[in-house]
Design a protein around this ligand. Structure first.
Ligand code: SAM
Length: 245
């Protein structure tokens, strides 16, 4: 396990990181989408669009969206790529409930199916998908390498991995300004709106501990992925990682 795997939402030794993460997302699910828009000033929508735009070049027919949450990435992929099938998987039943409502409203139920499951123990056969995606999900895994290895296993040879994740801006003065916002203001707004004391403080802490940029592609290389690359978004607040099996 790496250092990042030990960052948990709540200080509770009795419950695993996976259990704590599930409880946290079950709790904040009703507020999740609205808080994403407010806290990112709507930029998170553009980040997902950009990521799916890059994935669309390989025209995947079968897509697995890991940690799909309320299905924003899966919905964007369904609209832009028009694949045969997208399975969206998440450990939090409450996040999936909201995702299902959105999919029905948009009439995408023939393309997207949501199901509850653990990304570190996927029920799918090896080599099942043309693309495996995860937006703001891998940072929450209990065991990052185990989760990524599972994504590798279920990808077809030549298939594409797409990961969208927060990173740490490195340029002065954005680094300093963003850090103040991310460390102090965002947890405060998050706490008031989501009614969860810790969720948005965990967001800050988990991003600090996460191996971003080249440190992340190094892990992908080690697990067998090839053509690993990353694209920095919004001056380093967010990053798209692409790789092939
Ligand atoms: C920050 S949300 C991202 C949701 C969505 N992908 C998006 O772009 O908004 C992270 C999601 O990862 C899910 N998650 C965390 N650990 C997981 C695991 N081991 N297996 C499946 N889902 C997991 C959480 O339940 C949560 O819905």
């Amino acid at each position: 396990m790496s250092a990042h795997d030990h960052v948990t939402p709540y200080a509770d030794d009795q419950v695993s990181k996976k259990g704590q993460v599930t409880n946290m997302f079950d709790k904040i699910a009703p507020y999740y989408d609205q808080l994403n828009r407010v806290l990112s000033l709507g930029i998170d929508v553009w980040w997902r669009k950009k990521a799916i735009g890059l994935l669309s070049k390989s025209q995947p027919a079968q897509i697995l969206d890991i940690a799909t949450g309320t299905a924003d990435l899966a919905i964007e992929a369904a609209i832009k790529i028009k694949p045969k099938k997208i399975i969206g998987l998440d450990i939090s039943a409450n996040m999936l409930k909201i995702g299902d409502e959105k999919i029905l409203k948009k009439g995408l139920q023939n393309i997207i199916t949501l199901e509850q499951g653990d990304s570190e123990n996927l029920r799918f056969d090896a080599q099942s998908f043309d693309a495996v995606t995860a937006a703001f999900g891998v940072r929450n895994f209990e065991n990052l390498e185990k989760g990524l290895a599972e994504m590798y296993r279920v990808l077809k040879p030549g298939g594409t991995l797409l990961v969208l994740e927060f990173s740490k801006p490195a340029i002065f003065p954005l680094k300093q300004l963003f850090n103040i916002y991310f460390k102090y203001f965002l947890p405060l707004i998050g706490k008031i709106r989501s009614k969860d004391e810790k969720a948005y403080q965990y967001l800050y802490e988990s991003v600090q501990a996460f191996p971003d940029y080249g440190n992340f592609t190094k892990i992908l290389d080690k697990l067998g992925f090839s053509n690993t690359e990353y694209k920095v978004l919004s001056a380093g607040i967010c990053c798209i990682y692409l790789a092939k099996k």
